[in-house]
Design a protein around this ligand. Sequence first.
Ligand code: GTP
Ligand code: SPV
Ligand code: MN
Length: 580
Amino acid sequence: MEAWVEESARLTKPEKIVYCDGSEAENQAILQEMLKKGDSFRLNEKTYPNCYLHRSDPSDVARTEHLTFICTPNKEEVGPTNNWMDPEGAKFKIGKLLDGAMRGRTMYVVPYIMGPVDSPISKIGVEVTDSPYVVANMRIMCRMGKVAQDKLGSSKDFVPGLHSVGDLDPLRRYIAHFPEERLIWSVGSGYGGNALLGKKCFALRIASYMARQQGWMAEHMLILGLESPGGKVTYMAAAFPSACGKTNLAMMVSALESQGYKVWTVGDDIAWMKIGADGYLHAINPESGFFGVAPGTSRKTNPNVMDAVKSNAIFTNTGLTVENEPWWEGIGGEPPAGLITWRGEKWDPSKGVAAQPNSRYTVLARQSPSISPKWEAPEGVPISAFIFGGRRARLAPLVYQAFNWQHGVFVGATMASETTAATTGDVGVTRRDPMAMLPFCGYNMADYFEHWLEMGKKIPNPPKIFHVNWFRKGADGKFLWPGYGENVRVLKWILERVEGRGEARETPIGYVPTRTGLALDGLKISPEALDELFGVNGDDWESDLADSREFLAKFGEKLPSELRKEHEAVVGRFQKSVPA
Ligand code: GTP
Ligand code: SPV
Ligand code: MN
């Protein structure tokens, strides 16, 4: 580790180097450094003890996919969905930006563990960074400092990540991955997935590359346990694209709690999974905190988050009230008098939103009342169901089940979602986002699909595969489904299907619950809304299937033939179901 730190220091030329031990004293010193920069503020000591608000540069508020690269000798290795640079060219170009980038600054060395300290599935990374904000966030998001240093010892088995905020100019911003060397270089951004290198860069892009080589899975999935009456807990993992509801599903307060259905949180964003001795796929959450979307979070939609973020939390780009409390759209109530926007201006209606739409909170996972007693189990939790989903105002029904693993892989590979504020660019544009991994797969997605198909053959008890859509809209443009805590009704049906129960009808896209199959007791929802939520419209699907055929064709000869066959099969089923 020291050798690599020295090499990084020779390139970036910091004024001093600080090895982080993860202690509370060190944390307080780092927070002071953060405050000194003038872009961070201490929040109300009474109502939000030890909480901070950080304002990022207005040009640096989301992941920048167009500036994210996978660097391999051969362009074909990254496939048609990734940005590519050759490793030598990338090192030359980005090396110039990193040369002297830390002059006059402190370089913090952050050793960290992704995963529970004693888990055989866990892995170690070392991030060097010139941002105290990054260090403060890493301390929440992963197990860092001495604990990681001790685990690593003198071993060279770690993923190095070099990060500098540079000058924050988007024209000089690169997030580069070198999967063969397991190396990450990031310059020019201080935001979330661009800068907290353990998260998307390591735990997804580099890890997905390693997982394929080594026969396991690294996925953009939440992990939850659904407790059913009698106390049995069934674990599920769900892949939804960024800002499409993973945190909220994993941390929900169940609307059916009085009936004995309760949700326990294991993870909210990433799952690392290996086949266990019992023949199930076992998942760990490599992270130790949540970096969650603030807007839309309220006492009503997600009381667990609201409780969790009351102390030791960092808020990024939210609004600020005169009471020195964080504020965002959807927190409940009208904008309070004297509200300050995420840019630090006095809010008035002409300013639009007070909180940046991708504003976030960073908080320790163990502060959530919903945290699962098994969340740090070294062997992980056995997964019985995979759930894919996204934002689709039309088309996709509330829930359906794939016929089998291979069909489920097809469902995941062709899933689509409307883009969100989590990534820089247009919002609300429908795009294909296979397994919610489009921006996170560290290699050619055709090979990734092949890996999924292969895993299906290797797992003795593979998870059953489902697709959900909380975001279908009616003609009035409003969501048809209440979502949040009510989503447990769908989880209950999924559990029943896993156990070989649960009423369903067969449709060309898979099994859809019958009207009596889904527990709707106590829910106010019109029969018309239900018709739409459960509808499988042949015309809509025909145009969607044309689009997914085109998407799959992008992979050319490399596309596994199974997926082409699944596509033909669903087209065939629609033709049969609609008499000419
Ligand atoms: P990343 O952290 O970007 O990976 O996002 P995520 O998938 O964890 O999304 P999150 O749960 O933070 O939700 C993103 C947005 O969707 C928030 O504004 C939520 O309020 C909203 N949302 C989540 N679940 C639901 C739901 O069931 N219905 C509706 N209508 N909105 C939801
Ligand atoms: C996402 O965008 O999927 C996130 C937030 O979870 S970030 O860490 O910025 O990638
Ligand atoms: Mn995410």
